[in-house]
Design a protein around this ligand. Structure first.
Ligand SMILES: Nc1ncnc2c1ncn2[C@@H]1O[C@H](COP(=O)(O)OP(=O)(O)OP(=O)(O)O)[C@@H](O)[C@H]1O
Ligand SMILES: [Mg+2]
Length: 297
């Protein structure tokens, strides 16, 4: 795969506080990348450096051959900030026109096209400050993709939005990925967002503590577990080979299994000692808990 964005040894401190500690990223065209981490992990600081509004202390950032100091770089990226940068007194259309005016080749037809793409036509003449949170977010994203960027940065795109609005935003982003081959880098606390990513960087205290596909992260840190209720957990545990991950819980046993099918022989062998059982799939929450010992939220 062709690398679109290359980041090496990125560092940033605020006084004595090391906010970003030697981060490497490699992002290919068309990918959806998630930076997953708790409050204060350094996600926004990384994004600020990648979009060129904050200068790293050291390290390298390249979008193909360009660095964030070059104006060409900015033509190729779109940004949705954690808090909005639009003018509340202006209408949706005025905000987008203002943005379009910054580019020589983007006219009012493109603004109309984006308005309809994001289902904003009906509220186009409403002042931005009167919109709901979900409507605002759609306008924020519409503004960010107005100039057909290759790479879209979204800092916590759906924090504070309800499930329906989140889904709607996801459908729009999905379509942009399919139709325009848009590459997306987002930061999130939400599990469902990280789960849709092609590749996840898990951040904690400014460091990448894991980097892999969701599938591989789950396999390593959040396996599917067969939970068995039994009165004899210790005795049953001793019957498993040493290399199995079998833990005694308050109600019985928790057994890491590769898949659902592999539970059938276990259950039939232990049948006479089992009161109840349940199969629990691993989540991104488990991944975080295993890696850091802390809950995500
Ligand atoms: N301008 C600044 N001056 C001083 N410290 C800062 C500044 N910006 C960020 N920090 C600190 O750097 C660390 C990383 O902050 P950052 O905003 O990047 O975290 P985050 O992962 O985006 O968190 P959240 O999920 O809450 O948005 C925090 O400890 C924060 O207090
Ligand atoms: Mg942040």
């Amino acid at each position: 795969m062709v690398t679109l964005l290359y980041v090496k040894n990125l560092k940033k401190s605020f006084g004595a506080k090391l906010a970003v500690d030697d981060i490497d990223l490699q992002i290919s065209r068309g990918q959806l990348i998630a930076l997953l981490g708790p409050n204060g992990a350094g996600k926004s600081t990384v994004i600020s450096m990648l979009i060129g509004i904050m200068k790293p202390d050291s390290g390298e950032i390249r979008l193909e051959e360009m660095s964030p100091q070059e104006s060409h770089y900015h033509r190729r990226i779109g940004v949705v900030f954690q808090s909005s940068v639009l003018d509340g007194q202006l209408t949706v259309r005025q905000n987008l026109n203002l943005r379009a005016g910054m580019y020589r080749d983007i006219g009012s037809e493109r603004v109309s096209e984006v308005l309809s793409q994001f289902s904003l036509t009906k509220i186009a003449d409403q002042k931005y400050k009167t919109l709901s949170g979900g409507q605002r977010r759609r306008v924020d994203i519409a503004r960010a993709v107005l100039h057909h960027p290759d790479l879209l940065f979204l800092d916590e795109p759906s924090t504070g939005l309800d499930v329906q609005t989140r889904r709607m935003i996801w459908m729009i982003l999905d379509r942009l990925r399919r139709e325009d081959r848009l590459t997306i880098v987002l930061t999130t606390h939400y599990l469902e967002e990280a789960e849709t990513a092609d590749f996840v960087y898990v951040l904690d205290y400014g460091k990448i503590i894991a980097a892999d596909t969701v599938q591989k992260l789950k396999k390593a840190y959040a396996p599917t577990r067969l939970l068995i209720s039994t009165l004899y957990p210790k005795r049953l545990q001793s019957q498993f080979p040493k290399d199995w991950r079998v833990a005694v819980t308050s109600t019985g046993l928790s057994i890491a299994v590769p898949d659902a099918i592999s539970c059938i022989p276990i259950l039939s062998r232990l049948e006479s000692s089992i009161d109840d059982f349940e199969l629990r799939k691993g989540t991104v929450d488990d991944i975080f808990l295993t890696l850091t010992g802390k809950e995500m939220r």
